[in-house]
Design a protein around this ligand. Structure first.
Ligand SMILES: [Zn+2]
Length: 126
């Protein structure tokens, strides 16, 4: 088996040059191009700076590698300039390798228990 180093087409051993590229063939089967698509998953998303810090520390404690998306973007977009919206921070997505996703989700599942979705509203006294 030979293959063309230019176009990666396979040829029989008796072939010498690639008919398309006119280059000498290389011994061996064509190179199987692998695109190890890194499997990643978003495991959490929040715009709450306190939660962001909490999620980070949880993931770091569990030694789960993660990266965030959105955190850096907000400066560029400048949410503050949009019609008086006063976001201190844009929504931050936490992204981990798919293999770590179940562990991360399990860790972060408890976040919802610890942090109420809504702050308790103080009823004005009568
Ligand atoms: Zn070729």
């Amino acid at each position: 088996m030979k293959h063309c180093p230019e176009c990666n087409v396979e040829y029989i051993d008796t072939a010498i040059r690639c008919s398309d590229c006119d280059v000498e063939l290389t011994l061996g089967p064509a190179i199987q191009e692998e695109h190890p698509d890194p499997k990643i998953e978003t495991v959490y998303a929040t715009g709450d700076p306190a939660l962001v810090a909490l999620v980070k520390s949880l993931l770091e404690d569990a030694e789960i590698e993660y990266f965030t998306k959105g955190y850096e973007i907000q400066d560029l977009i400048g949410f503050g300039g949009l019609g008086g919206l006063n976001y201190a921070i844009g929504p931050v997505e936490f992204i981990v390798a798919a293999k770590d996703a179940p562990t991360a989700r399990e860790l972060l599942a408890h976040l919802d228990d610890a942090v109420p979705d809504e702050l308790p509203e103080e009823e004005p006294g009568t």
